[in-house]
Design a protein around this ligand. Structure first.
Ligand code: Z5A
Length: 208
């Protein structure tokens, strides 16, 4: 099997960070050890600086919705061109915590940015570049936010209303239903059950 680009998606607290380790272990059991792990926004020095600007809460001049989505795409293309595509080209596997589906869900759904602008940005910036597999960890916003509430100070996006996260989840569910490369996992289950589901989906996909 040739090397692939795998993405984890879901609301905050859905368990993406936790799932990352499980995926690496499963890939290792298939003899895959050259794995580049990255995240969005971020993953290059410039993209990490943009991440700080996007997430910081103590800002007297917060980005407008359109400024935010452009910052996210600037960070994304920097990561894709500098890290992801070169890694895939040399034969490594790539595992990313979030990718374009996050923008479609948070900015397109949560912020309500025009669908035409969202698809134009995706197609104009990324062309036909897409993940080979996306694992979407589905959780009710309230449940995910409860999990991360113990962390302390929330960032600018985490401080959004419950309605924002409900719109974001609704857009995730809408997009997931139309793309066979995205597999949904019930992230409200125990960590052990989530890991079992990931194992089943990934093993089946890897054996194809
Ligand atoms: N964003 C955007 O708006 N548009 C975009 O295009 C992109 C991003 C790319 C990135 O934040 C923010 O940027 C995010 C979306 C936005 N903002 N919000 N809000 P981030 O990278 O800092 O955070 P995150 O991606 O949302 O991840 P997270 O909050 O760290 O959550 P997670 O990685 O999915 O969950 P976790 O850390 O694995 O688990 C959270 C806790 O729950 C932890 O204590 C675990 O032990 C526990 N956990 C995990 N799974 C379980 C289960 N199954 N049961 C019980 N407890 C569990």
């Amino acid at each position: 099997m040739r090397n692939k680009f795998i993405v984890l998606e879901g609301l905050e607290g859905s368990g993406k960070t936790t799932a990352k380790n499980t995926i690496v272990q499963i890939l290792n059991t298939h003899g895959i050890s050259d794995i580049v792990i990255t995240r969005e926004p971020g993953g290059t020095p410039l993209a990490e600086e943009l991440r700080t600007l996007i997430k910081q809460s103590a800002n007297s001049d917060p980005p407008t919705n359109k400024a935010e989505v452009l910052m996210l795409y600037a960070a994304r293309i920097q990561l894709v061109e500098k890290v992801i595509k070169p890694a895939l080209k040399r034969g490594a596997w790539v595992l990313s915590d979030r990718h374009d589906l996050s923008s479609q869900a948070y900015q397109g759904g949560g912020r309500g940015i025009d669908p035409w602008l969202m698809t134009s940005l995706r197609d104009g910036i990324l062309g036909s570049f897409r993940p080979d597999l996306t694992l979407y960890l589905d959780i009710l916003p309230q449940h995910g936010l409860e999990r991360i509430s113990l962390r302390g100070k929330l960032d600018r996006i985490e401080q959004e209303s419950l309605a924002f996260f409900e719109r974001t989840r609704a857009r995730y569910l809408q997009l997931v239903a139309t793309d066979s490369c995205i597999k949904t996992i019930n992230a409200s289950q125990s960590i052990q059950q989530v890991n079992e589901n990931i194992k089943t989906i990934l093993n089946e996909w890897l054996s194809k």
